[in-house]
Ligand binder design. Structure first.
Ligand code: ATP
Ligand code: MG
Length: 391
């Protein structure tokens, strides 16, 4: 018989009446990720989502790895189905979990019986299987409290299912449950991590990248598209809105005080991102800013950038050290790409002495010399939308 995959739902089981919506979103997202690995049946019973292959040629290893990246599942396990017969279950456990049974020092068996017509109750079945495994693996000791390995056996209507310790799932909430947000994605380390963290809280993301061709190269843009691609197993497919930013930067350099260049540039980024949000129905912005990391990330600077939009701005890494951010970027696989040495639009025309504590009034005074609306319109009209399918 086939293996199947179980997703044990995390936080979302707590959501009371909303629970059904959460489950449906999780199943929808899981289904989209599974296309690459064959055709599967997917359904949820009692806070467990079941992923069953519909043919023998499904790539179960690929599907299992993909399911570990679906937000909303706390645990993911691969299990073997077998006939509802105690010896068939024992054989399935011995075959399927043999490597774990050999590696573990201690174990216990936990059974669940939703088919009440099965002749043994859960305790009797656990005792039978535990005794047989104890005999079959002389090195292995029973431990009811802190076993290295728990052998789970579930007797359901259609079949029995066997699995060992689950793998950690991605946690969080299903993407889309929290609505939509626009994430400002640079080629750096922080913004892919910030995007991932907000997707984990259930946001569906639209990516915006500011591109300063020819000051920054095609390779620099490709790097950002590559970063987006690396995020798709978690976020689902993405659109990267690539905004031509050179004209705005040149105009700021021509018309504004040099020490305000960076903060004014960031205000334009926020305005453009807010316009993309309006057009895509998004209700928030996301950035990878971390307090004090660079001159433009002081709280005064954040006040100046936040002042151009009413949308909430989520900065999930604001209180994190670089080392903590890097740890996440390694975990999600963006680090190696983020450190590729291409220039970023923020490194073009960097002022020698950026203002550390700019005020909104100063920014507005500097912008009085500009035709802000025309600059925004030209940038937004020039947006190239790049679709990124799931990796
Ligand atoms: P990162 O590592 O994410 O690039 P950083 O430490 O380099 O961050 P900044 O360059 O000051 O910080 O950028 C702060 C935030 O502004 C970024 O995390 C990102 O959200 C946004 N941002 C900066 N440059 C761009 C860009 N070219 N396109 C889109 N967003 C950008
Ligand atoms: Mg950057």
């Amino acid at each position: 018989m086939n293996d199947i995959i179980l997703l044990k739902l995390g936080e979302l089981v707590l959501k009371g009446l909303n629970r059904r919506n959460f489950e449906e979103k999780l199943m929808f997202n899981a289904k989209r990720r599974l296309h690459l690995y064959g055709s599967f049946k997917i359904y949820t019973r009692q806070s467990i989502t079941y992923v069953e292959p519909l043919s023998d040629d499904c790539d179960m290893d690929g599907a299992f790895e993909a399911m570990k990246k679906v937000f909303g599942a706390a645990d993911v396990c691969r299990c073997r189905s077998c006939e509802k017969d105690k010896d068939a279950m024992l054989a399935a456990v011995k075959e399927f979990l043999d490597p774990q049974l050999r590696a573990a020092g201690t174990f216990k068996v936990e059974c669940k019986r939703s088919d009440k017509s099965f002749p043994l109750n859960s305790i009797q079945l656990a005792q039978y299987l535990g005794g047989e495994l104890d005999d079959a693996y002389p090195e292995l000791k029973a431990d009811m409290h802190h076993p290295d390995l728990t052998v789970y056996v579930e007797v359901r209507e259609d079949a029995a299912y066997v699995h060992g310790n689950p793998d950690a799932g991605a946690g969080g909430l299903p993407v889309g449950m929290g609505g939509r947000a626009v994430s400002l994605l640079s080629g750096g380390i922080d913004s892919p991590v910030a995007s991932w963290m907000m997707a984990k809280r259930g946001l569906c993301l639209e990516m915006v990248h500011f591109f300063s061709y020819p000051y920054t190269s095609e390779e620099a843009k490709q790097k950002v598209l590559d970063l987006a691609k690396i995020l798709t197993p978690w976020t689902g497919r993405l659109v990267v809105h690539v905004v031509p930013f050179t004209a705005i930067q040149e105009e700021l350099r021509r018309s504004c005080p040099e020490e305000l260049f960076t903060i004014l540039m960031r205000r334009f980024m926020m305005r453009i991102a807010a316009e993309v949000a309006r057009r895509t129905g998004a209700g928030a912005l996301v950035t990878g800013e971390s307090l004090g990391q660079v001159a433009s990330q002081t709280m005064e600077a954040m006040q100046c950038t936040g002042a151009v939009t009413d949308l909430p701005i989520f900065r999930p890494v604001v209180g994190m050290d670089k080392e903590e951010i890097i740890r996440i970027s390694r975990k999600i696989g963006t680090f190696e790409t983020s450190i590729l040495p291409y220039e970023d639009c923020c490194t073009v025309f960097t002022p020698r002495h950026p203002r550390l504590k700019p005020t909104v009034a100063e920014c507005e005074a500097a912008e009085a010399a500009l035709d802000v609306d025309a600059m925004l319109k030209a940038a937004v009209d020039g947006i190239e939308r790049v679709r990124i399918s799931i990796e």
